[in-house]
Design a binder for this molecule. Structure first.
Ligand SMILES: Cc1cc2nc3c(=O)[nH]c(=O)nc-3n(C[C@H](O)[C@H](O)[C@H](O)COP(=O)(O)OP(=O)(O)OC[C@H]3O[C@@H](n4cnc5c(N)ncnc54)[C@H](O)[C@@H]3O)c2cc1C
Length: 343
């Protein structure tokens, strides 16, 4: 049976460690709880917000509505087809542990996504990604309860309309589905395994550790990425942060060429819809790497990461982020779009 609580502090639930309150808070542990919840008056009368680990959210004010903690657990192999395995995991399962467990059994393609904080249920929402891979590369289907039709629905990978840190769940289905489980697809590592190790940090580690890149295993790649991330990113259990605050901006060829004349040092790579720049480098070039104002700043090792050094309010963090956006716009004529969801 569910219990709807009132006036709950959200500080323990967001990785920015911002101290705000929610008017209502409820935990659902199975689909029956969800169906019961959506029949209640509180659900009908209040706006709602679904809680993952809130590793990607900045609260700038109290939340006047209902927070839903989706605590559905469980993982199992649902299908095996030659070298391919399909693993279904409940929304509240830990993503990193799932990827590591698959790798232990020599099932690959989650290796580049290790140590990204958060739960299974949020992976399709923001199409999380790192080191050249995205959740869409390993998501087979997504199960959820549609809050408008009040029915359970399974969506295939293509139904999810994945984009760069984007999906149908951030667009037309925003706040309209409670994702209950995600089925991931992995493959047994075979001799034909071609890993994604193009990133400089990974290449440097392979070189330093004297690993033969033609014989590297997915588990070795995961270990390399874990160590890179541990060195480069703040430990969110000690320092408030939501990871990269902004998306890397994508420019048209024409915009990029104009900028290149003045700033030949800009890092770039070609993506489907244009030329992607490094938001971190732009922030560094406007002098904001490691810069602090009040209790807010950018992380010393990574300009794209905004940190709450203790006691900053969400509004202060937002003001700091806006100051960065302004500087980058003034110097480069590039608009930085937040990756973090600001509420
Ligand atoms: C130190 C650090 C490093 C990070 N590095 C990366 C990185 O490399 N790559 C990357 O992509 N992200 C990164 N992030 C951001 C974050 O880890 C991801 O965005 C992650 O997906 C958030 O997961 P979560 O469970 O915390 O989701 P939340 O932040 O809780 O939720 C994200 C969105 O999904 C919705 N949601 C959550 N669960 C459900 C559900 N069950 N049903 C429906 N909607 C749901 C929420 O309402 C919200 O809109 C990092 C964050 C930190 C703190």
């Amino acid at each position: 049976m569910i219990e709807i609580q009132k006036n709950i502090s959200l500080k323990p639930y967001n990785t920015f460690a911002v101290d705000v309150q929610a008017d209502f808070f409820v935990e659902v542990k199975d689909e029956q709880d969800i169906f019961y919840l959506i029949s209640t008056d509180v659900f009908a009368s209040q706006p709602h917000l679904i809680l993952g680990w809130w590793a990607n959210i900045l609260f700038t004010k109290n939340y006047n509505g209902l927070v839903i903690k989706v605590s559905l657990l469980g993982k199992k192999v649902v299908k095996q087809d030659g070298n391919t395995v399909y693993i279904k995991a409940g929304a509240w399962e830990n993503r990193h542990e799932l990827m590591m467990r698959a790798l232990k059994q020599w099932y690959v393609w989650g290796e580049n996504l290790v140590l990204i904080p958060g739960q299974v249920g949020a992976a399709p929402v923001g199409n999380i990604g790192a080191y050249g891979k995205e959740a869409k590369d390993i998501i087979y289907e997504v199960e959820g309860v549609d809050l408008t039709t009040k029915e359970k629905k399974v969506r295939t990978n293509s139904d999810c309309k994945f984009g760069y840190r984007d999906s149908i769940f951030k667009q037309e289905l925003k706040n309209k589905v409670i994702i209950t489980a995600v089925t991931f697809v992995f493959e047994k590592q075979s001799t034909g395994y071609v890993p994604d190790i193009q990133y400089n940090d990974i290449q440097d580690s392979i070189w330093e550790q004297w690993i033969d890149p033609t014989e590297i295993t997915a588990q070795e790649i995961a270990n390399i990425i874990i160590s890179i991330r541990e060195n480069k990113l703040p430990d969110w259990t000690k320092i408030g942060t939501a990871g990269s605050f902004f998306k890397n901006p994508v420019l048209t060829q024409k915009q990029y060429e104009k900028l290149l004349v003045k700033y030949p040092e800009l890092k770039w790579n070609i993506v489907a819809n244009g030329i992607k720049l490094s938001a971190g480098q732009l922030i560094e070039l406007v002098g904001y790497k490691g810069k602090s104002q009040w209790a807010v700043g950018t992380y010393v090792n990574h300009a794209l990461i905004i940190v709450n050094n203790g006691g900053a309010s969400g509004a202060e963090i937002r003001a700091f982020a806006q100051a960065i956006q302004k500087k980058v716009l003034e110097l480069f004529w590039v608009t930085l779009e937040p990756e973090v969801i600001v509420i």
